[in-house]
Design a protein around this ligand. Structure first.
Ligand code: GAL
Length: 349
């Protein structure tokens, strides 16, 4: 064998070992994490926590952000599959668009865990780790019901709705959770939606965009509330609540409404402290990240994977683990956000 051939043989052996172990040199198993966007605070935290926790558990991590583009996410997942990742954790930009990558992963026995957002229409989705999404909406709806005292007060009260991204399977769960609480009061005339916009497709916000939520809210305020108060604005999450707050700040002269949110983003917690957003729902991304690391380790170690529910993705009942969302407002934010070490007081100054 000449030197060139020997070198070639060594190279082939290295490639074969790399493919087998899933990670060049280190011998560690590699995990691919695909997050939707860096634009929203929470996904940065989710990605960071998972990276830390997977690394602490002895894995190598390939963490990618898809810039809110489904085709980018698809090719990032394919790269992860081809570069030897042993499990993929995916928070989808668009819940139905990643099927070819999920199928390619399945063909190589690489389990795909849907993270926070369910991956739809595909029987190869292995597991789902999330918060109880319907309960998030319920918490928001019950807050509006109880704060306006809908069962006792005479009313009627004016309310508007701002929901999330139609491509995100969570968005309808949040909306339905809230609507199931509030619809009886709309039907009874106790709550009035002056804009008339009550169905999910009219109130949805593509990409959960603050700017889109703001311009829709500005239109609603301009056309309907020149001489009327808005009593409540049900927003499915913080990025959309921020848009509504901006619109009210610039276009609205009435009494400030109750505004709901979700995520406890720093901007929204500051808005709560300033009296502009009334509540949020805290979903501790540390809890979800930890749960996902446990799930992935149990899969890779061939252990029983702990789940506590299933979600139907139109192709199968996906075994799921649902974490608990927590009501947050100005009265308990210190305890749940500061004392738990999620934020420092200085972050909110
Ligand atoms: C949802 C997620 C929420 C919110 C929203 C916008 O899928 O569950 O926590 O952040 O996306 O990114």
């Amino acid at each position: 064998m000449n030197a060139k051939k020997i070198l070639g043989t060594i190279l082939c052996a290295v490639i074969a070992i790399t493919a087998l172990t899933g990670c060049a040199g280190s011998g560690k198993k590699k995990v691919g994490i695909s997050m939707p966007t860096k634009d929203l605070q929470r996904w940065n935290q989710d990605g960071d926590y998972m990276k830390q926790k997977f690394e602490a558990a002895g894995y190598e991590v390939d963490l990618q952000y898809a810039g809110n583009k489904a085709d980018t996410q698809l090719s990032q997942m394919e790269n992860m599959i081809n570069s030897g990742c042993k499990v993929l954790v995916v928070a989808a930009v668009e819940s139905t668009s990643l099927g070819t990558a999920i199928d390619k992963a399945a063909a190589k026995n690489i389990p795909v865990i849907a993270y926070d957002r369910l991956l739809m229409d595909n029987a190869n989705v292995a597991y789902y780790a999330t918060f109880d999404n319907y309960k998030v909406g319920q918490i928001q709806g019950e807050f509006v019901r109880d704060t306006l005292d809908l069962d006792n007060a005479a009313g009627p009260f004016n309310i508007e709705f701002t929901a999330g991204d139609p491509g995100d399977n969570n968005a309808s769960f949040f909306f339905n959770g809230a609507m199931d609480v509030l619809k009886p009061y709309i039907d009874a005339g106790k709550l009035v939606v002056v804009s008339g916009q009550t169905d999910f497709s009219s109130v949805a916000t593509p990409e959960w965009s603050t700017a889109t939520a703001q311009s829709r809210a500005e239109n609603i305020i301009g056309s309907n509330y020149a001489d009327k108060n808005i009593d409540a604005w049900l927003c499915s999450n913080d990025s959309t609540a921020q848009g509504v707050v901006n619109a009210l700040d610039s276009r609205y002269n009435g009494e400030w409404p109750i505004i709901t949110g979700q995520d406890c983003d720093i901007v929204s917690v500051k808005n709560m402290l300033a009296g502009k957003q009334t509540m949020s729902v805290f979903k501790d991304t540390r809890t979800l990240a930890e749960r996902t690391v446990t799930m992935a380790s149990q899969i890779l170690d061939g252990k029983t994977v702990e789940t506590n529910n299933t979600y139907n993705n139109n192709a199968k009942e996906v075994p799921s683990y649902l974490c608990d969302p927590v009501f947050a407002d100005i009265n308990n934010y210190k305890q749940i956000l500061i004392d738990s070490g999620y934020y420092k007081e200085a972050d909110l100054a």
